[in-house]
Design a protein around this ligand. Structure first.
Ligand SMILES: [Zn+2]
Length: 694
């Protein structure tokens, strides 16, 4: 059965690339089965050995174990994300349970944990280097946080809490999807379509076709439809209808009601935290973050919130005066905000995609990202058309350093297609490491890193042109990619982007800054027909347009982060009887303007309740932005966006260190001090530049 399964045979393509051309969906289940067995056998050897535990025979051996499972999983999840099929989706549903059960079997292995715990207890006396010490601490913590320390009935109860949470979070997500698909705002004539630009009409037509609704346009509650509708529709009555439906997802009586499910999840999380000895779930979740505790998160939210309220009030005044000038008689309500904000943006900054996009040709922006990596880190990207890839649109590159040595492989998959999920992301087929078993040759392994984007491909014979947001996304994902490619650690589990969740967006968000460097723009953003560099005046307008609306975005985001933190910081075992009332009262006390609203209300807040792992963690985007704004400020202070000494430190402490350093220490080593929040506030226009100087 297994001898002709390409997933289980040695991979002979360059740098361990998988034999994509021979892999079929039906190969995965038997391969997963064999790989899980092999992994359990490896762990059995570690825990059953007669030798007393040592770092190498237990911790380093644990890091070396599970390689077959890791490489098969990497291929599988890359394909299900970027080139899926009904067959692969069916496999995905079938293997989710067994893979989760396998994970829990690994982390609940009492004999293995006993060896790790014994080493952890004497960690000061083992003569470990810094990275070994970090690995021991991380592995021990992973076991502890998965419940390995629990005994007897607590152990059984923990397992059942985790199973119930997995079921409830799945139901929560399906209920949100149900309410999004259930709603249809059908637009039948020109009067109902008033104000909608072509791209919204095209998407609404497609939504109608997907639902076999015939010759109409349909607005669903998918973000990519409802947000443009609220932005452009001239029909206030229809905007209100869409807004009310969008913000009440999860709050309807019936089988898709999330109000009780969210409460049950909160109750179970409180119990999970209590089993770990914490007073509330936020304390459990934050113990393993860079922030470390609730107070550090609260301090950041408190810095930002009052300033964002001031900024949003300024924006409201601008919208009101535009509305008055147009003779519009109403007060601005939540369903009017985006509409009037767009009117003000158009009037003040006159930024039009048709004018901007010709400067952002896809290939030129890829070249810009590579060029910055060359100037900062000495990297060179050489196309390799001969590498085996999973789709003809994927471009493969070998990456070399300034000395000409091979650093890794980079695969870039830029275009949208129906077999690819939406969004943009970085992933890996292999993490850089130097902990390869002797049986596999013992050589160090170079990283194989992927970037996926969802850009609309240009018509045949036409170039693909990006919006500025698209170009920023390209740089963002490439920043994650560099975090994988530049990794320079010994142990696989500490490699690349496998870092704490409030640190992982630092390398990506930081890299976006180089796109905004005027010199980079002038060099690479050239008009597709004339080759002329982008005019300074347009760069300025783009910058100003981006700053407008930051108050609105910041208030909506921060309101959701505050609700997340509040609901997970409750120390009572029993959650509030009425979550919606709890939320309303909280936001009333915070002074959230009704005309602004939240990014996500609790009853449909998927980051928190659908198992994606951001419970008590929605703050992380803002946290990382503190780091990236302050981090890039170092280059501003040096007066050179490519300052060689800073770039060297940035590489060493941030992009190359993976999880081998504690993140606070890594940032301080690069920056020479702890981060400050001022550059973030300035970047978002929440304080004036001269106020900072004062
Ligand atoms: Zn990211």
């Amino acid at each position: 059965m297994t001898s002709d399964n390409p997933l289980l045979q040695p991979w002979t393509a360059p740098h361990g690339l998988p034999p994509f051309d021979r892999i079929r969906a039906h190969h995965f289940e038997p391969a997963f089965e064999a790989a899980m067995q092999a992994n359990l056998a490896e762990l059995q050897v570690i825990s059953a050995q007669a030798e007393p535990p040592s770092f190498d025979n237990t911790v380093a051996a644990f890091d070396r174990a599970g390689r077959l499972l890791a490489r098969i999983s990497a291929v599988f999840y890359n394909l299900t994300a970027s080139e899926t099929s009904p067959e692969l989706q069916a496999v995905q549903r079938r293997v989710a349970g067994p893979l989760a059960a396998h994970d829990s079997a690994v982390y609940m292995d009492a004999r293995l944990f006993a060896r790790i715990a014994a080493l952890h207890a004497q960690r000061d006396a083992l003569g470990l280097d810094a990275e070994q010490r970090r690995l021991l601490e991380r592995v021990h913590l992973d076991f502890v946080r998965a419940g390995a320390q629990l005994q007897g009935p607590a152990r059984e109860r923990y397992a059942s809490v985790m199973t119930s949470l997995a079921e409830l979070t799945t139901r929560f997500a399906q209920n949100v999807l149900h309410d999004e698909n259930d709603f249809r705002l059908v637009l039948r004539d020109e009067a109902e379509l008033a104000g909608l630009p072509d791209f919204v009409r095209a998407a609404a037509r497609q939504a109608a076709a997907d639902r076999s609704l015939g010759d109409v346009h349909v607005i669903t509650l998918s973000r990519s439809l409802v947000v443009p509708f609220l932005t452009f529709s001239e029909r206030r009555d229809l905007r209100e209808q869409a807004w009310r439906a969008w913000t009440s997802r999860g709050e309807h009586d019936g089988p898709a009601d999330n109000r009780d499910i969210a409460r049950r999840i909160l109750r179970l999380r409180h119990e999970q935290a209590a089993l770990h000895g914490h007073a509330c779930y936020a304390d459990y979740a934050l113990a393993d973050t860079m922030a470390g505790n609730r107070h550090a998160v609260q301090r950041l939210l408190d810095e930002v919130w009052p300033r964002a309220l001031v900024a949003v009030e300024r924006e409201r005044a601008a919208l009101e005066s535009a509305a008055r000038a147009a003779g519009w008689p109403h007060t601005i309500e939540a369903w009017d905000w985006r509409y009037w904000a767009e009117k003000v943006r158009q009037a003040r900054y006159a930024v039009d995609d048709a004018e901007v996009k010709p400067y952002f040709r896809l290939e030129a922006m890829v070249e810009a990202a590579f060029d910055c990596a060359g100037r900062l880190f000495g990297l060179h990207f050489r196309p390799r058309a001969d590498l085996p890839v999973y789709h003809p649109d994927v471009k493969g590159y070998e990456v070399r350093n300034a000395g000409g040595e091979l650093v890794g492989l980079f695969l870039q998959d830029n275009f949208a297609r129906t077999s690819k999920r939406s969004g943009a992301w970085m992933s890996s087929l292999r993490w850089q490491n130097r902990n390869v078993p002797a049986a596999e040759g013992g050589a160090a392994e170079l990283p194989v890193i992927l970037n996926n984007n969802n850009f609309a491909k240009g018509a045949p014979g036409e170039p693909t042109l990006l919006s500025l947001d698209d170009a920023r996304t390209l740089f963002h994902e490439f920043g994650h990619g560099l975090h994988g490619l530049l990794s320079n650690v010994t142990y696989e589990r500490l490699s690349g982007t496998q870092v704490l969740r409030d640190f992982v967006e630092l390398p990506s968000q930081m890299y976006e800054h180089w796109l905004s460097v005027p010199e980079v723009m002038k060099r690479h953003a050239r008009h597709v027909r004339t080759g002329e560099p982008i005019p300074d005046a347009l760069i300025e307008r783009l910058k100003a347009a981006r700053r407008f609306g930051q108050g609105y975005e910041t208030v909506r985001y921060t309101a959701s982060a505050i609700a997340d933190m509040s609901v997970h910081a409750l120390t009572e075992a029993e959650p509030p009887e009425d979550l919606c009332a709890f939320e309303a009262e909280l936001l009333r006390r915070q002074g959230l303007p009704a005309a602004v609203g939240m990014n996500h209300r609790l009853v449909h807040f998927q980051h928190l309740f659908s198992g994606s792992g951001y419970a008590a963690g929605y703050y992380v985007y803002l946290w990382a932005e503190v780091l990236d704004a302050d981090g890039f400020d170092a280059f501003n202070e040096a007066g050179d966006p490519f300052d060689a000494r800073l770039a060297g430190d940035l590489r060493r402490y941030i992009y190359a260190s993976g999880n081998s350093l504690e993140p606070g220490a890594a940032f301080a080593a690069f920056r020479g001090r702890a981060p400050t929040v001022q550059p973030l506030l300035r970047k978002r226009g929440l304080i004036e530049d001269d106020a900072v100087a004062a």
